[in-house]
Unconditional design. Structure first.
Length: 252
């Protein structure tokens, strides 16, 4: 997927405007507006059921919008003529569940998509996959199988697998929610390093300390709307909306 004609890097790499999403008669998203600049780290927080996961899945077209606009590099994500494979190469996503292939080694899991989907050169893909496994501190697990890894290690393999497609934007949908507390930190350290390296990241997270530390901007959602947004120091220390204050008083 190439950027749209007229799009420039000083414009938002992801732009969500008046986004609505309904499942049957239930409206889950009720007019969302978000802009993400290249290299920014955006965290989306809020109570369960507030539409956070639905929102993040609209960015790479996994969940179609009902109305409104989602663009990546100026291209409308929900245009029926858009090459969805090219979009998902550009916008990687890591889910709460790891979804690794149990009969494939760690290295094979990371290499699969570039080889089978993109038909890239095996030697180049293997070199990139080994480098990414080293980056997520799993260089010694290349020949292991998923069942031999902890949950945190499997999640880091899932991150390396997504990165092997060389995306411009990474989406993280509550990637620590299924982990034991002691393995959460190793995954967050990996994401923090990606952010430090300049990767554009959009994260749905319940880890408030992490959101405060790593994000450029935080969006608080409730009942399908953005209640408040701002730099983390502002939103966490001086929230303006009573609903934000109520939520933070329960989770901090």
């Amino acid at each position: 997927m190439t950027p749209s004609e007229g799009w420039t890097p000083d414009q938002p790499i992801v732009a969500i405007r008046d986004l609505h999403k309904s499942f049957g008669h239930v409206e889950v998203l009720k007019g969302i507006d978000i802009e993400v600049m290249k290299g920014e780290v955006i965290c989306i927080i809020g109570p369960s059921g507030s539409g956070k996961s639905t929102l993040i899945r609209t960015i790479n077209g996994l969940t179609p919008a009902t109305t409104g606009s989602v663009t990546v590099e100026g291209q409308e994500v929900h245009d029926d003529n858009l090459d969805k494979l090219a979009l998902r190469r550009k916008v990687g996503i890591v889910f709460q569940q790891y979804n690794l292939f149990p009969h494939r080694t760690v290295l094979q899991n990371v290499m699969m998509a570039p080889l089978l989907v993109l038909k890239e050169n095996k030697r180049e893909v293997e070199e990139r996959a080994r480098s990414l496994l080293a980056k997520v501190q799993l260089h010694d697990k290349e020949d292991a199988y998923p069942a031999e890894l902890s949950g945190g290690q499997q999640q880091r393999v899932a991150i390396a697998r997504s990165l092997c497609m060389r995306p411009d934007v990474m989406l993280f949908d509550e990637v620590t929610a299924a982990l034991d507390p002691e393995t959460v930190k190793e995954v967050l350290v990996t994401i923090k390093q990606l952010a430090a390296d300049g990767m554009t990241c959009v994260l749905v997270t319940h880890e408030m300390g992490f959101a405060r530390e790593v994000s450029d901007r935080v969006y608080f959602t409730d009942a399908g709307r953005i209640v408040e947004s701002g730099p983390p120091a502002q939103l966490f220390e001086q929230p303006q909306d009573p609903r934000t204050r109520e939520f933070l008083s329960k989770v901090l």
